[in-house]
Design a protein around this ligand. Structure first.
Ligand SMILES: [Zn+2]
Length: 304
């Protein structure tokens, strides 16, 4: 907002030859982003998770099979000509990351077997490409676990694309898999009930042109979902949330973790999604897969 205000005002002030009071010099901020002509996908670094051996075993794989046991925590921005969608918002809130910046990053034990480290804020990465959280049209998360929801409060002015079953899970008393302080401001923010607006296959078309589809894939949590994008350069890509965590789970058809909200639903969702990606020639991205994430272009670069 500020950047636009200054760009508009400065020539007027100069043209009128008004002397004297001008805003004090500020650090140059990048130009506010314009809607792109074609849909873009930006990938942000929202930290990593160090996983203890018991945390690997939970996924019915071994460190020998996975190689790298750490998990990246990515966040994603879809910039479409008709608006923007933020997908998954990190594991430690930006304000904590800022407070810990001088100590080499923020640390947070997500659970007894997984410890997060975050060195960069999401909002600084958004700012670098001309966005502020308040500019974002829609926010959605694959699911509400702590490592996907940390910065939701920053997106309280976006329209939250939500499923009632996940909302219920998010504010369920005594639910240790979530951190309600991450999304206090969303309890009464503007939201849209996807389940009332989706196709019979559980698909919700975010921008109305089939290029960004949110699809139900329950089990990991009651309202777990995936995002399918149709990108000019990559073709169809599915950002698959936590349908899987490590690649060998998928390659070797391992059973879902025992601590899923519903193991049976997860197994069914995996089967349905595998059929879907095959039929629609879609590449599946496992969000927490280290080697795959390492190869992704990171913002400010983007996929178109
Ligand atoms: Zn996760």
């Amino acid at each position: 907002m500020l950047a636009m205000f200054r760009t508009v005002l400065a020539p007027v002030v100069l043209a009128l030859g008004i002397g004297g009071v001008l805003a004090p010099a500020q650090a140059p901020s990048p130009k506010k982003a314009e809607p792109p002509k074609a849909m873009r996908l930006y990938v942000f670094d929202c930290g990593l998770l160090n996983i203890a051996p018991a945390g690997v075993a939970r996924y019915h794989v071994t460190p020998a099979e996975t190689g790298e046991t750490r998990m990246p925590v990515p966040c994603f921005l879809v910039a479409h000509p008709k608006g923007t969608l933020m997908w998954d918002v990190g594991v430690i809130p930006d304000e904590t990351v800022e407070a810990m910046a001088s100590k080499g990053g923020a640390h947070f034990d997500v659970n007894p077997v997984s410890a997060a480290v975050v060195t960069r804020t999401l909002k600084s990465q958004l700012a670098a490409i001309g966005y502020s959280p308040s500019d974002i049209t829609y926010v959605a998360i694959s699911h509400a676990h702590k490592d996907h929801s940390a910065n939701l409060n920053e997106f309280a002015s976006s329209t939250w694309l939500a499923r009632p079953v996940e909302r219920e899970f998010m504010w369920q008393k005594g639910n240790e898999r979530v951190e309600p302080s991450f999304y206090t401001k969303l309890e009464h923010s503007k939201s849209l009930d996807i389940s009332k607006n989706e196709s019979k296959d559980g698909e919700y078309d975010v921008f109305g042109d089939g290029k960004a589809i949110i699809k139900a894939a329950p089990g990991h949590t009651p309202g777990h979902q995936v995002l399918i994008l149709q990108l000019a350069s990559l073709g169809r890509v599915m950002i698959a949330g936590d349908l899987y965590h490590y690649l060998p789970e998928r390659t070797f058809h391992r059973a879902p973790p025992d601590n899923e909200f519903s193991v049976q639903q997860s197994a069914d969702s995996r089967a349905k999604i595998e059929e879907y990606v095959k039929k629609t020639n879609t590449t599946l991205w496992i969000e927490h897969e280290w080697a795959a994430n390492a190869k992704l272009k990171k913002s400010p670069a983007y996929y178109e």
